[in-house]
Design a protein around this ligand. Structure first.
Ligand code: SAM
Ligand code: SF4
Length: 332
């Protein structure tokens, strides 16, 4: 136990990192057209996923450096056999105050209670359309109804934060803006529109379907929704509230000016590679330092050194998506 608090993780641009996005697997059972349109294919020679003990050592070191929020992601994180064991292990780490998961909603209705029991207090559920046929066309699965039942199951299980993620897609769901808005109002929910991001695998798709987040902002403002002041330490989303009742809508617009200035997150892949940016280089292998509890001091020192080198901004505007083939490889 350290008696003296260690300095927090901070880079040379004054950004502090209190939020880890941890991928548990790059396997996914969906075929989202912007992510894995041909479904998951196992690449040759990929190392095994981090074990529960390796994850515990990793997150404990981050927590000692002031990180308090962990999001479990993937691929589809809930496909990991040890998903609940991992969530419970992370929630037991001193300093971790919030465990979130991002899921495609697979079997959510029947599993929500077990997620809550494992300590998950926040869930983001991907839902790109409210129309069953479109949902199927975008994700390859006829599971919209399962998601809708899953949302109710999350509420019944007492999961405090339930958010929907919808990737904004020109020509595929941009005509559903008002339907989504009515849905979050009727169900008292929060939803985030995410601009589709260009990755190494999807440049044509990106060119065909990218729509700037300002399209959503303009519509919300026309409906009288109010842009919220950015809270200290908040991430890069632009948030709107409905002044007439419940419902919140956020916009994640990575192509907008200054998006990277408020970056507060770090990422670790399922095999233990630290990614300082979603669109950065191949990632730095932390696994050799996750093998024994007595490597903790060395791991902490390495994290400090690496985080200090984080680049000020991504190079997406120059058409450079770094080494990221698709977001299932890092967790979005
Ligand atoms: N499988 C889970 C899911 O879909 O929620 C978690 C992993 S997924 C990579 C995390 C988030 O990234 C999802 O909300 C997904 O819609 C989003 N995403 C994936 N590829 C994207 C892309 N090219 N542009 C924008 N968002 C993307
Ligand atoms: Fe799977 Fe999520 Fe990618 Fe869809 S966005 S293919 S659910 S990892």
């Amino acid at each position: 136990m350290n008696e003296v608090a260690l300095p927090q993780l901070e880079d040379k641009h004054g950004r502090r990192f209190e939020y880890l996005r941890l991928s548990l697997t790059d396997v996914c059972n969906f075929r989202c057209s912007y992510c894995l349109p041909d479904g998951y294919r196992k690449a040759k020679g990929v190392p095994a996923n981090l074990t529960v003990d390796e994850i515990r050592r990793l997150v404990s070191a981050f927590a000692e450096l002031g990180l308090w929020k962990v999001r479990l992601t993937g691929g589809e994180p809930t496909l990991r056999r040890e998903f609940q064991e991992i969530a419970a292990a992370v929630s037991g780490i001193s300093g971790v105050r919030k465990i979130a998961v991002t899921t495609n909603g697979y079997r959510l209705a029947e599993r929500a209670q077990s997620y809550a029991d494992a300590g998950i207090s926040a869930i983001n559920i991907s839902m790109d359309s409210l129309k069953p046929a479109r949902f199927r066309a975008i994700t390859g699965h006829d599971r919209l109804d399962e998601i809708l039942r899953g949302i109710e199951a999350c509420r019944a299980a007492g999961i405090g934060s339930i958010k929907l993620n919808a990737v904004l897609l020109k020509g595929l769901n941009d005509d559903e803006l008002d339907d989504f808005t009515a849905f979050v109002v009727a169900h008292d929910l929060a939803l985030r529109f995410i601009e589709v991001m260009r990755t190494n695998d999807n440049p044509e798709y990106f060119n065909a379907h990218h729509l700037p987040g300002i399209y959503v902002a303009n519509r919300l403002e026309a409906l009288g929704w109010q842009r919220q002041a950015r809270q200290a330490g908040a991430g890069p989303a632009i948030d709107y509230a409905n002044p007439h009742g419940p419902g919140r809508i956020g916009i994640i617009a990575p192509y907008s000016k200054d998006f990277c200035a408020s970056c507060n997150r770090l990422r670790v892949s399922a095999t233990g590679k630290l990614h300082l940016c979603l669109f950065g280089d191949a990632g730095i292998d932390l696994r050799p330092l996750l093998q024994r509890d007595d490597q903790r001091a060395e791991l902490i020192e390495r994290l400090h050194r690496l985080v200090a080198t984080k680049a000020p901004a991504h190079l997406l505007h120059q058409g450079n998506s770094g080494a990221t083939p698709h977001l299932a490889s890092i967790g979005g």
